[in-house]
Write a protein that binds this ligand. Structure first.
Ligand code: HEC
Length: 399
């Protein structure tokens, strides 16, 4: 659980950090200020000294509020408020959030009219409390997620105040730990016997089903249900467990097949990743690759088994933005370079999604050349991108 919270923390704080950087418009700012002001009248605890965490789940969501400084009085206020709100929400009374965020708040209408189809449970946490929402109704899940999104966006500036300090403390931020080793693996040369493989198994529903079964039984315990590297056994592993839903969108199939077959037994790095070539036949390994790629593409619903976050492109984008903000804060790059990096990265993502081409070894230059040829970016954009990429990698900021 702890681990999950840390992960969430990162997603939420990075998201907030992302929104609050230079791209934030004046309007959003003022809106957040309004929210803070109205929030202070509705929420009895100190917004400045608490963190709101919203986790979307396939059948609902989890909302947590925790005190930043562990002040017992604040914790008590948080707990009382959340307990009361949970009771009101269950009765369809969403008056308080409407007051803070506006009557037209995303998802609000659906949640208040559909409240009886929701199960809303309050639980006390050491440092605060949580409300757990579940429902069988797919539309209500969507409404709940939209409602969460708006709260994350609106409470931005507050939670953010503590976020950069937190992230610099290196206190186990998911994705930071073991980052260096992951990069080592990504740039390693694929052994001949695995080089230039193409997946012979079509990613049809039968393959995805087989892959899902293999994944649930063998992989989710470390990689998490959603493939974000946050399964229950992931805690304390160093090198950290990869968020393979995400990395599989960028890495080639030869690479994935090689790493799954051989695991982390020394080359290119020593890790807890088991070798699967004795246990899973080749077809099974390709099936599970199909499954993991589908997880990352968001085209399948993960099995609910071990717990863990889903791959969330918005969070990914926010974490990229956070990395750039950090580099700017350290005066390593300028705003213009950050913008170029962001644009080129987006172009690369689109290229990879459209063509199935992947970053592999050191072929980034090849992919960039394609983009230049397409006139999607200029040669100077490509050069800047590679330069900034190196700066970020050297500074240890690369995610
Ligand atoms: C005991 C925990 C554990 C289990 C179980 C596990 N892995 Fe891993 N896996 C890791 C760790 C740790 C890493 C990161 C270090 C590394 O790359 O060796 C990793 C890395 C990977 C990578 C490389 C991703 C990248 O970004 O470089 C792939 C692919 C992968 N695992 C797939 C799987 C699959 C598929 C299964 C199930 C068949 C599985 N893993 C089971 C721990 C685990």
């Amino acid at each position: 659980m702890n681990r999950k919270i840390v992960g969430l923390w990162m997603i939420v704080t990075l998201f907030l950090w992302g929104c609050s950087s230079d791209q934030m418009t004046h309007q959003q700012m003022t809106h957040q200020e309004d929210v803070a002001e109205r929030g202070a009248t509705v929420m009895p605890f100190d917004l400045e000294r608490s963190t709101h965490i919203f986790e979307k789940l396939s059948d609902g969501g989890l909302q947590q509020v925790v005190s930043d400084d562990g002040d017992p009085e604040q914790i008590d206020l948080i707990q009382t408020h959340l307990r009361e709100e949970a009771t009101r929400f269950q009765q369809g009374d969403f008056h308080d959030p409407a007051m803070i965020h506006g009557e037209d708040m995303a998802g609000l209408q659906a949640l208040s009219t559909g409240a009886e189809k929701l199960t809303i449970e309050y639980t006390e946490l050491d440092e605060g409390g949580q409300i757990y929402y579940t429902t069988d109704d797919h539309e209500l899940v969507t409404a709940l997620h939209a409602w969460f999104d708006q709260q994350v966006a609106d409470h931005g500036s507050h939670a953010m105040a503590e976020a950069p300090a937190e992230s610099n403390s290196g206190g186990g931020m998911m994705g930071m730990r073991g980052n260096g080793s992951m990069r080592v693996a990504h740039h390693a040369t694929i052994p001949d016997e695995y080089a230039n493989l193409a997946n012979p198994v079509a990613a049809d529903s039968a393959s995805l089903e087989r892959g899902g079964e293999i994944y649930v039984v063998n992989c989710a315990v470390c990689h998490g249900d959603g493939g974000m590297g946050d399964g229950p056994a992931a805690e304390n592993l160093d090198p950290a467990v990869s968020p393979i839903a995400h990395t599989s969108q960028m890495l080639g199939e030869s690479y994935l097949f090689w790493r799954i077959s051989e695991g982390g037994k020394g080359d290119p790095l020593t890790s807890a990743m088991p070798s699967w070539k004795e246990t899973l036949d080749e077809e099974a390994r390709w099936d599970v690759i199909n499954y993991v790629q589908a997880l990352g593409a968001g085209t399948i619903e993960p099995h609910s088994n071990m717990g863990g976050a889903m791959f969330d492109p918005a969070a990914e984008l926010a974490s990229r933005q956070e990395m750039l903000s950090e580099a700017m804060a350290q005066s390593l790059i300028t705003q213009t370079e950050a913008d170029t990096f962001m644009n080129v990265h987006t172009a690369l993502d689109t290229l990879m999604a459209e063509t199935g081409l992947r970053m592999q070894g050191d072929n980034t230059t090849t992919l960039l050349t394609i983009l230049v040829d397409q006139e999607t970016i200029t040669q100077s954009d490509a050069d800047d991108f590679e330069r900034v990429h190196d700066i970020l990698a050297t500074a240890g900021l690369m995610h």
